[in-house]
Design a protein. Structure first.
Length: 312
């Protein structure tokens, strides 16, 4: 009877936003309670976790809302803790690989998949490791998911692939306040160092200020062109850097195809290819060395034959 009240809370899922919120919070409360009690009585907690797993609702509409990363992460952490306590056998490994696979396989909402996928893509993790996870997932899906359903997973894999070093930059036209245009996949040997931001986002503006300071270090180096890209409609703040923006209708696709979650992403594009898909969060002196190093690396090895960054 110890967990009967918590399990009762999980019965029946409401349709209103309030009910959806309560449903997820009740599930999280039950998970936290069982996990905490598991430190004292693992046998009882194990039985409770087994009962709870069958009642969890990973497709609750609250989890299908973009921007609920903290709830999604708490939910996934609780889910895996319940599996650990329940001792549920799985051929998947533990940790982040298993978390990502759970989202791709079992969460029914595409919006949840995109939210989690974008968070991983924009994170500070080792890209090659994450890429190998998705590659393995795609291979697994070939055996367990019908081809028609597999198309949406292939699109995740494809977009991830497009934001990797050495891959083509998706084509978008950026505009400045003088009606000048910059095409993100245009040819040329200049290193376009790009930082996105949003004026209303204090955190992204702090990152952007650091980016401006980095640009000042390269003020006399004509190989690099630093620009800021405003991800919000409206006037950009006055800075030393050239400012660009997208048409409002293009912003969602730009965020998705460039795997931007939040408002800050730094990248380097040359000749229409990512020379650096994500500028790391590192001290300025280290970034200076990294950018100089990147200037000597040319991706891809073969000549780029498509239309690519041009300014009009």
């Amino acid at each position: 009877m110890k967990y009967s009240f918590l399990l009762w809370l999980l019965a029946g899922w409401g349709l209103s936003a309030t009910a959806q919120q309560a449903s997820i919070q009740n599930q999280l409360t039950a998970m936290h309670k069982i996990a905490a009690d598991g430190l004292q009585d693992s046998a009882t907690a194990s039985k409770a976790a087994i009962r709870l797993l069958a009642q969890l609702d990973p497709d609750n509409a609250l989890l299908a809302t973009q921007g609920n990363d903290s709830i999604i992460n708490s939910y996934l952490d609780g889910f895996f803790e319940m599996r650990h306590l329940a001792g549920v056998a799985t051929h998947f490994d533990n940790g982040s690989n298993m978390r990502l696979k759970y989202v791709l396989y079992n969460v029914q909402s595409d919006r949840v998949r995109w939210a989690y996928y974008q968070r991983v893509a924009a994170g500070r993790t080792t890209l090659n490791d994450d890429y190998s996870i998705l590659k393995e997932v795609k291979a697994d899906l070939a055996f367990v998911v019908p081809a028609r359903q597999r198309m949406k997973y292939d699109s995740l894999f494809s977009i991830w692939y497009n934001v990797r070093q050495g891959e083509p930059a998706p084509a978008f036209t950026l505009y400045n306040n003088q009606e000048g245009r910059l095409v993100t996949n245009a040819p040329g040997e200049k290193m376009w160092v790009i930082q996105t931001y949003a004026p209303s986002d204090t955190a992204s503006m702090r990152i952007y200020q650091d980016f401006c300071a980095l640009a000042q270090r390269f003020a006399n180096d004509t190989n690099f062109i630093f620009i800021g890209v405003n991800l919000q409609p409206g006037t950009a703040p006055a800075t030393m850097l050239p400012q660009y923006h997208l048409l409002p209708k293009d912003i969602p696709a730009f965020r998705r195809l460039y795997a931007i979650h939040g408002n800050s992403r730094g990248m380097i594009i040359r000749n229409g290819y990512f020379q650096m898909a994500t500028i790391p969060d590192a001290p300025e002196n280290m970034l200076v060395l990294l950018l100089h190093y990147s200037a000597n690396m040319h991706y891809p090895d073969n000549e780029h034959r498509e239309t690519s960054i041009s300014v009009e």
